[in-house]
Write a protein that binds this ligand. Structure first.
Ligand SMILES: CC(C)(COP(=O)(O)OP(=O)(O)OC[C@H]1O[C@@H](n2cnc3c(N)ncnc32)[C@H](O)[C@@H]1OP(=O)(O)O)[C@@H](O)C(=O)NCCC(=O)NCCS
Length: 299
C-alpha cells in the first residue's frame, strides 16, 4: 500500500484494497457514480487479487477519484497475451475538471507499461477520453444463426446453478479457474471475479452446469432467441449438445464470443452498444476477423 503527495487537499493511495475502509469508500464512489454495488463481490471472495487501484481520498476517508488496473490474460489469435484491464474510473462531481483523472490514468498506464503488460483493454461510453493515451476502438460483433440439428448423442441434462448457494459459487469459481478459453481467436484466459459479478448484476443471466463436459454455461433466453454468453469449462461442448442439455428449442441463436469451438457456422453482425471496447498496445495486432468480448467478462 502506498500513500503519496496531496493534490487539491486529497491524499493519493495506490494498491489500497488491503484496507477494508478504503475498499468500502471505493464501493461508495462507484455506487454514487454508476449506481452499481461492487461490494457484493465480498460474497464471492472479494475483489480481484490482481487489482491495482489508484485513488485520491479526502481527510474523512471519502474516495474522491479512482482508476484501477487488473490482470486479465487473454488468448488472441491462439497466443496468450499479457493483458491489463482498466475499470472503476470515476471522480466525484465536486472534484471533476481538476486533472485528477488525467493523473490517475497516467499513473495506471505507466504502472502497466512498467509491469510489461502487452495490451490494455477497457470498455467505455467516452472513447475520446482514452484516445490521447493510445487506445483505439475494436468494433464488436456478435454471431447469429439458426440452431443446429438436434444432437444425436445424448448430452445429459444440465443443472441450474444459483449464486445464493455457496456450493454452486465454489463450483463456478473452480470452473473459472480451470477453464479452457471459450475461443482461440479472442477470449479471456483467466479472470473469475467479473463473471460472478456480472451474473449477480443481471437477473436474466442463467448459469447451468453440464456435468459431462465439466462446463458452466452462461446464457439467456428471450422469446425465440437463445443467447450464449460464455462457457467456463474444461472443454467446450458443441452448440447442439448445449441446446439439448438446456432443453432449449430456439428459432435463433446469438453467440457473444467468436464461436469457432461450437461446431456451428454463424454470421457476425455489428453489436449495437453505447459502450466501446478499446485496446492499447501491440498485443492485439494479430486480431483478424470479427471479435466480441464475452459480456460475462465485461468490467
Ligand atoms: C470522466 C471523468 C472520470 C473525468 O474526470 P476528471 O477528473 O474531471 O477529468 P480530468 O479533469 O482529469 O480531465 C482529464 C482529461 O479528460 C478530458 N475529459 C473529461 N471529461 C471528458 C469526457 N466526458 N469526454 C471526453 N474527455 C473528457 C478532459 O478534457 C481532460 O483532457 P486533457 O487531459 O486533454 O486536458 C469524470 O467526469 C467522471 O467520473 N464521470 C462519470 C463517470 C465516468 O464517465 N467515468 C469514465 C467511465 S469510462
Amino acid at each position: 500500500m502506498a500513500a503519496a503527495a496531496d493534490s487539491h487537499g486529497l491524499t493519493f493511495r495506490q494498491d489500497y484494497f488491503g484496507d477494508p475502509a478504503a475498499w468500502a469508500a471505493l464501493a461508495a464512489l462507484l455506487k454514487a457514480t454508476f449506481g452499481i454495488d461492487v461490494s457484493i463481490q465480498d460474497r464471492f471472495g472479494g475483489p480481484d487479487p490482481t487489482s491495482m487501484p489508484f485513488g485520491y481520498f479526502d481527510a474523512d476517508g471519502v474516495c474522491a477519484a479512482n482508476f484501477s488496473a487488473f490482470s486479465m490474460p487473454m488468448i488472441i489469435d491462439g497466443r496468450l497475451v499479457r493483458t491489463a484491464g482498466f475499470q472503476s474510473g470515476a471522480v466525484r462531481p465536486q472534484w471533476r475538471g481538476k486533472g485528477l483523472y488525467r493523473d490517475l490514468m497516467n499513473r495506471a498506464f505507466g504502472w502497466c507499461d512498467e509491469q510489461g503488460f502487452e495490451l490494455g483493454i477497457l470498455l467505455t461510453n467516452k472513447p475520446a477520453l482514452y484516445e490521447p493515451y493510445g487506445f483505439r476502438i475494436l468494433p464488436q460483433h456478435r454471431f447469429v444463426g439458426s440452431p443446429p440439428p438436434v444432437a444425436t448423442k445424448p448430452a445429459g441434462r444440465a443443472r441450474a446453478l444459483s449464486l445464493d448457494n455457496a456450493a454452486d459459487i465454489a463450483l463456478i469459481r473452480q470452473a473459472l479457474h480451470t477453464r479452457t478459453p471459450v475461443s482461440p481467436v479472442f477470449a479471456v484466459a483467466a479472470q473469475a471475479e467479473m463473471f460472478l459479478l456480472n451474473s449477480a448484476f443481471d437477473a436474466s443471466i442463467r448459469l447451468s452446469l453440464m456435468e459431462d463436459w465439466e462446463a458452466v454455461v452462461a446464457w439467456t433466453s428471450e422469446g425465440t432467441t437463445f443467447e450464449l454468453l460464455d462457457i467456463a469449462g474444461k472443454s467446450i461442448p458443441p452448440l447442439s449438445a448445449i441446446l439439448s442439455a438446456l432443453d432449449q428449442h430456439p428459432d435463433h441463436v446469438r453467440v457473444c464470443f467468436p464461436p469457432g469451438k461450437l461446431g456451428r457456422q454463424a454470421t457476425p453482425e455489428p453489436c449495437p452498444s453505447d459502450i466501446s471496447l478499446m485496446i492499447r498496445g501491440d498485443g492485439a495486432n494479430p486480431v483478424s476477423g470479427p471479435v466480441m468480448l464475452s459480456p460475462m467478462a465485461e468490467f
